[in-house]
Design a protein around this ligand. Structure first.
Ligand SMILES: CC(C)(COP(=O)(O)OP(=O)(O)OC[C@H]1O[C@@H](n2cnc3c(N)ncnc32)[C@H](O)[C@@H]1OP(=O)(O)O)[C@@H](O)C(=O)NCCC(=O)NCCS
Length: 193
């Protein structure tokens, strides 16, 4: 396996994205991938012969590495490739904090393995909307010790053709309690490396 900073061809990347999201290839997938590839620094993963995946990163502040997207070919999933590429980007940027947005407990788990603190988590508290704030500023979101948030209906529906689940049942149950897959919720995860 070879990981390098480079941008794959959009069509190849979109084919992998469709397979990774268990969806049919479509123009919508192509457009979405094209948009993501333009969002930040792209790392490409090769299996020696062809494209095995890619990841896009950007710094949201001088300390925080944001994973704007990561797609691994199905046969490259579940073997720790995400951790390797995120560590490369972390080293390169000198990042101390990490952030991502996802609907998948598998992705949540990657951050949980990489970070010494990772929010939200089954033992933590979520933020809340404070309705005591007077209008017109409206209710503001109050965070606890973390910057994680649940983004309700963010994707407007399931992002995946087939729901990605985690084999750890309690973890899956907790995830389902905060992230409604069918509604298209997304979870903004945040932590310190
Ligand atoms: C989500 C993704 C980036 C994670 O990267 P990865 O290198 O596979 O991560 P890991 O190997 O560390 O796996 C993370 C966990 O998910 C599980 N997992 C990953 N892929 C899996 C699969 N295809 N089937 C079942 N479980 C899987 C692993 O067993 C692991 O469990 P653990 O928490 O007990 O360690 C990758 O699986 C992927 O590309 N998925 C499809 C696209 C996607 O969801 N992208 C993220 C969008 S935000």
């Amino acid at each position: 396996m070879l990981i390098q900073k480079s941008t794959p061809s959009t069509i190849e990347a979109a084919r992998i994205a469709a397979a990774a999201f268990t969806k049919a290839y479509s123009e919508e997938v192509y457009e979405d991938v094209a948009q993501h590839l333009a969002e930040g620094e792209v790392y490409t993963i090769f299996d020696g012969v062809s494209l095995a995946g890619f990841a896009i990163f950007k710094m949201t502040d001088p300390e925080t590495l944001y994973l704007a997207g990561i797609i691994l070919r199905p046969d490259f999933q579940g073997i720790g490739v995400a951790e390797t590429v995120i560590k490369m980007a972390q080293d390169e940027a000198g990042a101390k904090k990490f952030m991502l947005r996802t609907q998948s407990p598998r992705m949540w788990s990657v951050g949980n393995k990489l970070c010494r603190s990772w929010f939200p988590n089954p033992n933590g508290n979520l933020g809340y909307w404070d309705y005591s704030t007077p209008w017109p500023s409206g209710p503001h979101f109050v965070l606890h010790e973390d910057k994680s948030e649940i983004l309700r209906a963010f994707y407007g529906g399931p992002l995946y053709g087939q729901k990605p689940t985690h084999r750890n049942r309690p973890l899956q149950e907790w995830w389902d309690s905060i992230c409604d897959f069918e509604r298209g919720d997304a979870v903004l995860c945040y932590g310190e490396f």
